[in-house]
Design a protein around this ligand. Structure first.
Ligand code: 8X3
Length: 259
């Protein structure tokens, strides 16, 4: 079994987007515990500052940087703060709506493309020179099983997640030979505080139905664990794509629900 490589001095900074909650927050905690100096970004300043304080109080290194990943000017400004970056975790994103193609809201589709795809593009473009300068960089794209196959009512989100999947796959081809790995983590059903609630505009009942009868959906920590595992493999090992689902979910549309 391969042992986890300790982060080298040059690759010690890990930037996590969408770090204010869910998978992003859990990933920030776990990467900090693995020895990275984590840089938490999200729009919600209070949340990332509180999380940075919590991580520091646990004896690790964390800083908070409020950032909207869709604001390219702000992202470019953010990138000037670093000489080198070891890890970029593109986690910011999410779903809006679950309407059929016939009635889906084009604004939702646009916003999902902006946050999931353009957000990932912005951070990746801005930090790629810094990742390369580390001599051993890793770009993580947190996509989704929605990036690999579709389901009814999911088209807007599925299209955006396919975009992220293609970004990761293409970037890996384009930068081969350079010292940067491109890792895609594709989670299936994960129960977090906000994902389903945001998708359904704050409707608690609709959000609860997503997980109804599912004994044990994945948690944010389960996904953070796979991200941390992938980035702590020895530098020559590239985990191209890791699909992770709860045992109760065999595909996007085949879920075991208890009565
Ligand atoms: C989340 C998985 O099934 O809601 O990315 O599309 S799903």
């Amino acid at each position: 079994m391969a042992t986890a490589a300790a982060p080298s001095a040059a690759s010690r900074i890990a930037v996590v987007t969408g770090a204010s909650s869910g998978i992003g927050a859990a990933t920030a905690r776990q990467l900090a515990a693995a020895g990275y100096r984590v840089v938490l970004t999200a729009r919600r300043k209070d949340r990332i500052e509180a999380l940075a304080e919590e991580i520091e109080a646990a004896g690790h290194k964390a800083t908070a940087y409020p950032l909207d990943v869709t604001d390219r000017e702000a992202v470019d400004e953010f990138a000037t703060a670093f000489k080198t970056v070891g890890v970029l975790v593109n986690n910011a994103g999410g779903a809006l709506g679950a309407d059929p193609v016939a009635t889906g809201d084009p604004d939702d589709w646009r916003r999902m493309y902006e946050t999931n795809v353009i957000g990932t593009l912005n951070l990746t473009q801005a930090l790629l020179p810094k990742l390369e300068a580390s001599g051993d960089g890793t770009v993580v794209v947190v996509s989704s099983t929605a990036g690999l196959s579709t389901y009814e009512g999911g088209a807007g989100y599925v299209a955006a997640k396919h975009g992220e999947h293609v970004l990761a796959e293409t970037l890996r081809l384009e930068i081969v030979g350079r010292p940067v790995r491109v890792v895609e983590i594709a989670p299936g059903m994960v129960k977090t505080d906000e994902f389903a609630l945001t998708r359904f505009g704050g409707d608690q009942d609709k959000a609860a139905k997503v997980y109804q009868g599912v004994a044990a959906p994945l948690t944010a920590d389960d996904v953070a664990d796979t991200i941390t595992w992938a980035v702590t493999r020895p530098a020559h090992v590239n985990i191209d794509l890791l699909v992770v689902r709860p045992r109760a979910q065999a595909s996007n549309t085949k879920v075991h629900r208890e009565a």
